[in-house]
Design a protein around this ligand. Structure first.
Ligand SMILES: C[S@@+](CC[C@H](N)C(=O)[O-])C[C@H]1O[C@@H](n2cnc3c(N)ncnc32)[C@H](O)[C@@H]1O
Length: 256
């Protein structure tokens, strides 16, 4: 009951903002509006693929003992906690949404990971860390929300040590035409409708997501993102399409 009220309040606050997905406050408002129930519905709305995608992402990390890892767009800290289960180092999770981070703090305490995972509020475009701080930098579902993806990737690479690994997870669009047709129906028709009974916050996400992914993938296809990574010191970029291309994982090592 309490949770629903909070979701409604954030959604109506958010609705009074301009709906520009790359405005500074858009993502913050959008995710504040769904934070308390984020983990449950993210799984359901992705046909229970959300956790397997996250696990695949983490499985590509080359861990060394004592690694310092930065998880950008940590949200409710799901990726950060998954990393903590595979790595004995320290993880810093950064996100713009205070309510997502609050849910993350609760989850971290529940899993007794408070000594290992630290969460901070901040923006990916201006990371509050010196150059070459982290052994690994991972970011998830970020670039659709930033004004300048090139500059943001440069910023992520800046805080990565030479020889360190950069990884990302983002939604994509299936390439096979009949799967793409299903994807379009699901994202542009089904999602907006099926999120209505969940909450206003989730309905807002349901209406936003499909157009946001389509628009971003047109402007920034995977080969263009990989080129930006290369221009920013990651010479060899590997890519894996998951669930017929609905999600895309990328990873590479910064040159020394
Ligand atoms: C789809 S959620 C992903 C959360 C988490 N990584 C996961 O996999 O469950 C995207 C997150 O990105 C955050 N975000 C969006 N734009 C951001 C930015 N420019 N800087 C920091 N966080 C941002 C949102 O607040 C939200 O929590």
């Amino acid at each position: 009951m309490k949770t629903k009220k909070r979701e409604h309040r954030s959604a109506s606050l958010a609705e009074s903002q301009p709906a520009d997905p790359i405005s500074r406050t858009f993502a913050q408002d959008l995710f504040d509006g769904v934070a308390p129930s984020y983990d449950t519905w993210a799984q359901v709305l992705t046909f229970f693929q959300y956790l397997p995608w996250r696990r695949f992402l983490v499985s590509q990390m080359a861990f060394r003992p004592g690694n310092l890892v930065l998880d950008v767009c940590t949200g409710t800290a799901g990726v950060a906690m998954e990393i903590a289960h595979h790595n004995n180092g320290r993880i810093v999770g950064l996100d713009a949404s205070q309510l997502m981070l609050q849910a993350g703090v609760r989850a971290i305490e529940k899993q007794n990971l408070d000594g290992r995972v630290q969460l901070i509020q901040g923006r990916a475009e201006h990371l509050p860390f010196p150059d070459e701080t982290f052994d690994t930098v991972v970011f998830t579902y970020l670039l659709r929300y930033v004004q300048d993806p090139d500059a943001t990737i440069r910023e992520l690479s800046r805080v990565l040590k030479p020889g360190g690994e950069l990884l990302s997870l983002e939604f994509g669009i299936p390439e096979t035409s009949w799967i793409q047709a299903l994807w379009l129906i699901y994202n542009k028709v089904v999602m907006p409708v099926m999120t209505i009974p969940i909450s206003r916050g989730w309905h807002r996400v349901g209406c936003f997501l499909g157009p946001s992914i389509s628009d971003f993938c047109q402007r920034y296809p995977v080969h263009r993102i990989a080129a930006i990574w290369r221009e920013n010191g990651i010479p060899l970029v590997e890519t894996r399409r998951l669930f017929k291309g609905v999600a895309i994982v990328m990873w590479g090592t910064k040159g020394t």
